[in-house]
Design a protein. Structure first.
Length: 356
């Protein structure tokens, strides 16, 4: 059995690039299953419940895209048109900074190398090329995900019963306990990420509009684009908010030091409110990991499965931690109860042993 599990794990690892669409499909099944179950309890046929949920999801996505797509495309086009002027303003901002001469020389040499083409190692771009090629090759796999998810949702109960019957009787309790542990972690993570992504995006958008009215109009010109970036990068804990703040701060630098400081304060404020107010209430302790463990998980997950691996690294690590705790306690021998030593004259040795 152990050898079979090792062989299966090795084969799955070798085909990890082809598995990405099915991982996304499992997440889709998990998100849609509660709505399907509610409709089924209302005596709606299960296949019809799935189609109704599909129709609602497609309608919401189309409406969201119709509301956001045109302004987003306009802001991207505006950014591309203004890029030369923005780069000129950014260079002017850099020249006006009071930096130490040695530090400025290092930056100037690095920028000169980039402009000459000698500062970019093509080997660094190889992972990007590989990820892009893998995405193009797996795009056909994503096309079958709705159909694949439909059959999983339709036959979910039958599949669960079949898996339960295939398990040895003495394994069933532990297997389903582990499944519930993993389900709890992923349910809290999915719910938290969807809510946090929307909340951070809306909060960033509102903050940029406030800065547009109080600091500089540059924030309003690209508010939706920066808000979408902030919401999407929320999928990557710790690193994502930092990456999302970089374009906003660089863009604000083109308007001057005051705008750059305002952008930095805004993103720090949003991040602090998220970490101290939202995350503890939504995720609880199920996905809570030390920052060092989060960073390690992101790097390893990204190296194994690219962007999707980095996104799923946190819940997988947290679920693995909880499963390890369960198995450690489950497999640990019961602690022996030490016999108490009776006090002198209080009881006989036999009575003390019996009492223990």
């Amino acid at each position: 059995m152990l050898l079979t599990a090792i062989v299966v794990a090795f084969l799955l690892y070798q085909g990890r690039e082809a598995l990405s669409p099915f991982v996304v499909g499992l997440l889709l099944v998990y998100l849609l299953n509660p709505a399907v179950e509610r409709l089924t309890r209302l005596r709606v046929p299960r296949w019809l419940s799935i189609l109704i949920v599909y129709a609602i999801v497609v309608f919401v996505i189309v409406q969201a895209l119709s509301f956001m797509l045109r302004p987003l495309v306009d802001q991207i086009r505006t950014f591309a048109d203004d890029l030369p002027a923005l780069l000129g303003n950014l260079d002017r901002f850099y020249r006006e900074l009071d930096l130490p001469p040695a530090f400025r020389d290092v930056i100037d040499d690095w920028l000169a190398g980039l402009s000459a083409g000698g500062g970019i190692d093509l080997g660094v771009l190889l992972p990007v090329v590989n990820v892009t090629a893998g995405f193009v090759s797996s795009i056909f796999g994503y096309l079958i995900i709705p159909v694949w998810a439909f059959y999983l949702l339709k036959d979910r109960r039958e599949l669960t019963v079949a898996v339960d019957r295939s398990l040895p009787p003495e394994w069933r309790a532990d297997v389903w306990a582990i499944v519930r542990i993993v389900e709890r972690v992923f349910s809290q993570w999915i719910r938290a990420q969807v809510f946090l992504g929307i909340t951070v995006g809306v909060g960033t958008f509102a903050g940029l509009l406030i800065l547009n009215a109080t600091v500089d109009p540059i924030f309003g010109r690209f508010a939706l684009l920066l808000a979408v970036i902030a919401g999407v990068f929320e999928l990557l804990p710790i690193i994502g908010p930092i990456l999302a703040a970089i374009p906003a701060v660089l863009l604000a630098m083109t308007a001057g030091p005051q705008a750059a400081l305002a952008a930095l304060v805004l993103y720090l404020l949003v991040q602090q409110l998220e970490n101290n107010l939202l995350v503890p209430k939504i995720q609880g302790d199920a996905v809570e990991l030390h920052p060092s463990a989060v960073m390690f998980s992101l790097v390893v997950g990204g190296a194994i499965a690219g962007l999707l691996g980095a996104i799923l690294a946190l819940p997988i690590t947290a679920a693995g931690r909880n499963v390890f705790r369960y198995l450690f306690r489950r497999l640990s021998p019961p602690m022996e109860v030490a016999a108490t030593v009776p006090a002198a004259g209080a009881a006989t040795p036999a009575a003390g042993a019996a009492s223990a």
